[in-house]
Design a protein around this ligand. Structure first.
Ligand SMILES: Nc1ncnc2c1ncn2[C@@H]1O[C@H](COP(=O)(O)OP(=O)(O)OP(=O)(O)O)[C@@H](O)[C@H]1O
Ligand SMILES: [Mg+2]
Length: 251
């Protein structure tokens, strides 16, 4: 049991929290109801997919590593003033989180050109951006998460103007915390994807996960990729890269 798995007096132990019905199953996680309508259990799987599910495999230990990484980062983001869905880690693969209504917009934050940004605009991967770029995509596997803008999200009623402003503000706050955090651990944070949700009282909170599945991490000294691109691009050493990121984040 690590620090974030410890229960405090009056809190239910992991054994006392009963897993209810499956609410959502995504490519990387399963979300279960609990006896409390305001709380879900998220279970991290070893499944890996890329290119909208065309490429599939199991990455041994990934679920436990991504759970450990998210469980280490979210309390620190909370401490930095970013509200999140995270309550606590329950077990190697499980977290207790606040049930949220996910805003169907993936928020990508870029420090350095890479991936689809480089491809779309013909900008060489690794080119630093003079200021952060925030991109929005519609969260739809069937459509391949297409790029949208905030007008699209507003006109289709996916979020309100106030919520989108808050999402942008929080995304920049996450970047402001994470970029130097990783720099201090010998890692360049190239880009990352966030998801936000709303609580019953409409508050916007950071949901989902932050892990090598959702970020690009390049070793500062060697440029080596320490993220899901190792899987997408058949670079090998996927498990080792994820384990290395966990080691750097928790050491
Ligand atoms: N606190 C939460 N309450 C409700 N749903 C959540 C919460 N946190 C995450 N989810 C949702 O759980 C689902 C499962 O996550 P998973 O990462 O497996 O999805 P996915 O298939 O990878 O999709 P994506 O690529 O869009 O993340 C996602 O739809 C995610 O938005
Ligand atoms: Mg996901």
């Amino acid at each position: 049991m690590n620090e974030s798995q410890q229960t405090t007096p009056g809190q239910k132990t992991p054994e006392q929290i009963t897993r209810g019905g499956l609410r959502y199953e995504g490519k990387a996680k399963r979300v279960y109801a609990t006896a409390d309508a305001g709380q879900y259990i998220v279970e991290y799987k070893d499944d890996a997919t890329a290119f909208n599910g065309v490429k599939r495999a199991q990455i041994e230990g990934k679920g436990a590593i991504n759970n450990a990484i998210t469980s280490a980062l979210y309390p620190q983001l909370e401490a930095a003033g970013i509200p999140t869905h995270f309550i606590r880690q329950l077990s190697e693969r499980e977290q207790l989180v606040c049930a949220v209504q996910i805003i169907p917009v993936e928020v990508i934050v870029r420090n350095v050109a890479a991936g689809s940004f480089s491809k779309r605009l013909g900008i060489e991967e690794g080119t630093p951006l003079s200021r952060p770029v925030i991109e929005y995509c519609y969260k739809s596997d069937a459509l391949g998460d297409p790029l949208i803008n905030t007008d699209t999200a507003l006109s289709l009623g996916w979020a309100t103007e106030a919520q989108l402003l808050r999402v942008r503000e929080l995304a920049l706050k996450v970047r402001h915390f994470l970029t130097p955090f990783f720099e201090a651990r010998g890692v360049r944070l190239i880009d990352f994807k966030l998801e936000f949700g709303t609580l019953a009282d409409e508050t916007v909170v950071l949901a989902d996960e932050i892990s090598p599945d959702t970020c690009r991490f390049w070793d500062t000294a060697t440029g080596e990729k320490l993220d899901k691109d190792r899987f997408r691009r058949d670079l090998g050493g996927v498990e080792d890269a994820y384990a290395e990121m966990l080691r750097r984040i928790t050491s």
